[in-house]
Design a protein around this ligand. Structure first.
Ligand code: 2AM
Ligand code: CA
Length: 254
């Protein structure tokens, strides 16, 4: 089957329906701890199983890599999947979580989809073609002043064995912006930058499956994707995504 954003959307929306069915019946969903502060539910596993089975059947030429362990042999051209990004929010009945699916070919992100079913928002992008939210083209914000801006971050790094836990950086940046938010799903957060709802977002110690789709969506909407020194590229251990206009102002505070 030839690949297109439309086919991808059909598959990812069906995965979203599976996740939503669990979300509406949370009291019967068991939450397990993989490690301290790292959760998995039956929904994560069911969504990943569905995506792995469906995507590898439709597109046998691409491999698969999912957070919950679904890894196939071909890892050169592959789907990179986080079945539920923001599992803790999901398990608490909050709305900021999403299904994240990216297609990587020869180490380049070609397509990405992030679906936040509880928010009813579907984001997608194709390399060189643009980014969309619910079918409408999106672009980053036009904010030129960090002082007037709205930034987001996350604390996947707030673990006892990590020295840099983001608290000092958050303190510095928070004092130099008007708005700060912490929504709990890096995949969705990157889409909020793409959509101009946030002017910047940063987080540390993430994994590629948390940020691959969102980074392509942000880039295609005009965002800069760098590390904390401003080097261009996607570095999951240090992700800084901005509207481009405030990059120079935020970098010295990183
Ligand atoms: P997850 O829900 O898929 O685990 C929130 O700060 C972000 O951090 C989310 O994208 C979340 O993804 C991720 N996250 C949570 N625990 C993590 C861990 N132990 N290692 C890496 N990323 C984590
Ligand atoms: Ca996850």
């Amino acid at each position: 089957m030839s690949i297109s954003l439309a086919v991808l959307e059909e598959v990812v929306r069906e995965a979203g329906s599976i996740a939503l069915a669990y979300f509406k019946d949370l009291k019967n969903v068991e939450v397990k701890q993989k490690s301290p502060r790292d959760f998995v539910t039956a929904a994560d596993v069911a969504v990943e199983d569905f995506l792995k089975e469906t995507l590898t059947r439709k597109y046998p030429e691409y491999g698969f890599w999912g957070e919950e362990g679904g890894q196939s042999a071909n890892q050169t051209n592959r789907w990179i999947v986080d079945p539920i990004d923001g599992t803790h929010s999901f398990a608490k009945g909050q709305y900021f979580w999403g299904i994240s699916v990216a297609l990587e070919i020869d180490q380049e992100l070609m397509m990405g989809a992030v679906y936040a079913p509880a928010l009813n928002d579907y984001y997608c992008a194709e390399k060189g073609k643009g980014a969309w939210k619910n079918g409408q083209p999106i672009t980053v914000s036009s904010e030129t002043s960090l002082a007037d801006g709205m930034v987001g971050t996350g604390f996947a790094c707030l673990r006892s064995y990590l020295e840099d836990n983001n608290l000092a950086r958050f303190g510095r940046i928070a004092q130099n912006t008007t708005g700060q938010r912490r929504f709990g799903s890096a995949a969705v957060d990157l889409c909020l930058v793409a959509d101009g709802q946030l002017d910047a977002f940063w987080e540390q110690e993430l994994n590629l499956y948390d940020v691959a789709a969102g980074a392509l969506i942000a880039r295609e909407a005009g965002a800069t994707v760098t590390d904390f020194k401003g080097n261009e590229g996607l570095f999951p251990k240090q992700v800084l995504v901005t509207n481009g206009k405030i990059l120079g102002q935020i970098l010295p505070l990183m």
